[in-house]
Design a binder for this molecule. Sequence first.
Ligand SMILES: [Zn+2]
Length: 216
Amino acid sequence: MGVLRNGLNWYAKISRCGAKPIPPYEHVVQIGDPILRRVCEPVPQNEIKNEKTIKIINKLHYVVDKYNSLGMSAPQIGINSRIFVMKYTAKQVACVPPEIIRQRDIKIVPFTVFINPTLKVVDYKKVIYPEACESVKSFVADVARYNEVEIKGYNAEGEAVSERFKGWSARIAQHEMDHLDGKLYTDIMDRKSLSCSCWEEVNLSRGKINIPFTPE
Ligand SMILES: [Zn+2]
């Protein structure tokens, strides 16, 4: 067992960073932050198109791009609202080996916003693949997810939308939906598969490696 360090170790460093940031953040909160365990509140119908909601969506868009992620939920930027975004750009897909694209059923997903989403399982077959989360930085684990789901909710324009997602896109949607209910993939992962995504680099660098909590 390692030595437990508490947050106070970082106090001196943090105090130099100026005023405490206010959500919506431009960084992603990490596991242990109580916001990740709260069930998010629905956005009131008359607030779906208001300035506050637009600001949250714009910040989610900024952060999901900044971190080159596939999805981002409001609690991950410190906001307790039922909003998530997802995407899998052509550029991101191009970085994946073709055999993985085929095997994991990876498809391009345009930037998509869901406000007050609900999820219905279309195909109850479960598929197991390694999954990661920006709020569980530098770890990866096998997670079983349904093969096809339908998400209903509102888009950024406040229009009612319904979309079906299959394969990897269904995985992203389920992962983000879980965030809105205070759940993380670590709750349902195959525990023995949990790995540090840079364990090889730790050996190659003789342990001299730092994990950045914000993109380079
Ligand atoms: Zn996540």
